[in-house]
Design a protein around this ligand. Sequence first.
Ligand code: TEU
Length: 522
Amino acid sequence: SVPDDWWRSAAIYQVYVRSFADADGDGTGDLAGVRSKLPYLAELGVDALWFTPWYLSPLADGGYDVADYRTIDPAFGTLGEAEKLIAEAGELGIRTIVDIVPNHVSDQHVWFKEALEAGPGSPERELFHFRPGRGENGELPPNDWPSQFAGETWTRVADGEWYLHLFAPEQPDLNWSHPEVRREHEDVLRFWFERGVAGVRIDSAALLAKADGLPDFVEGRDPHPYIDQDELHDIYRSWRRVADEYGGVFVGEVWLPDSERFARYLRPDELHTAFNLNFLTCPWDAGLLRRTIEETLEEHAPVGAPATWVLANHDVTRTVTRYGREESGFDFAVKTYGTPTDLALGTRRARAAALLSLALPGSVYLYQGEELGLPEAEIPLDRIEDPMHFRSGGSDPGRDGCRVPLPWTARPPAAEPWLPQPEGWAGYAAELQAADPTSMLNLYRTALQLRRGGAGFGDGPMRWLPAAPGVLAFSRPGGLVCVVNLAGESAELPGHRTVLLSSGPLDGAGHLPQDTAVWLRT
Ligand code: TEU
């Protein structure tokens, strides 16, 4: 029998469908491609798949602009195929998590088309945030809110009104004070739970509710008018009741550095889990990592929610590139090409980080290609599609560099992928790595297998062990010890233990080299 609290310790693999596996050879990944790779995912040893939005979408923001939540985009497949995929994955013991984008819809969504048509003052417009402009002729936007992407947050339509979009203009924000918006989303949750999904990722979960009257905002003076509004908790309590009918779970993309505010979303009648973005953004530094881990566990403890550990996703610079740079912290905002990067160093650190995150208490998220050690790709300017690039006026290369289709074989793909694979990419092919015992893929496979079967992994207590400066060492129940060396020299390992797994070779003296991690057992 399968425990119903599987999510407290799961390893969850993020599938960016468009770039995962292309079965029909049109350069774009599809559901048939995912189905063909289910054996690969089962062998990797993950417990669940999170699919980035696979719904009907003009792809103005890679699918985070949804035109219809109940239809699969024809580029990916059909609803019937999604149902087959969910069932086939289930037979292999792999659960499915879908991605819900409640903050906004596509400008091609029927609601928005009707709102444009119906005009100012209509009930259709009330589902969004339409307002007259300021200035003599309404030529100025209704307020001064900063965007979540570069660029404006308001766009003016032909009849002179403006509509709010925290992201791109193709992503109009919904009005979450409207009962119809709430009703529709709870129906969508039911629609997917009925189809067998085990969980839902909630996109931009702290942004949905807006302060009454959409007031202007002065940084440092006013309460934020659209981040972390109190009404959100009422929305998620209501969603939780829906999820509980199906035994479904939530993971929120709650981007709030304040740990007390963050933990409010994880109260027992709200979201089960939320992404640990502080861990993702933490530089490769022993003191900072230790503090982040401690704060994470401290903030989760009072609400009884398990922590999550995230090293990568489809929005940020790939791990081996990030860790191969002088400034290894979160750098999506300064995601510049040509920053000096030592990929060998970054790869060593990424391997060590994998063992660290998989040994910590809670669940772990992996982003496709992380298990292959893919670096960030440099995308030729004329091939970039991410709206972030265009909205920054071209100064930010955007997020496409971590979204390049995966290399499966050493041969070039049959069709030119929608984003070009850089030269040398074939060297990372899953097929080659599967045959190489020292590959990143085999490190992840072995680690995930040990983690699955092993006592002391997953949710539960951890205890820090004394260690040299720059070295992190902790134990888990059942005798598991994890040691990560971030110091400038080799570190001695605690005695009387066997090495279960190591992210790289130990040195001649049996010590742990710099930027290496090890799992030990008593
Ligand atoms: O991202 C939400 C979010 O927090 C972004 O503002 C993030 O900071 C940005 O992508 C820079 O990395 C989610 C999705 O993960 C992202 O892919 C979407 O573009 C966005 O929502 C809009 O739906």
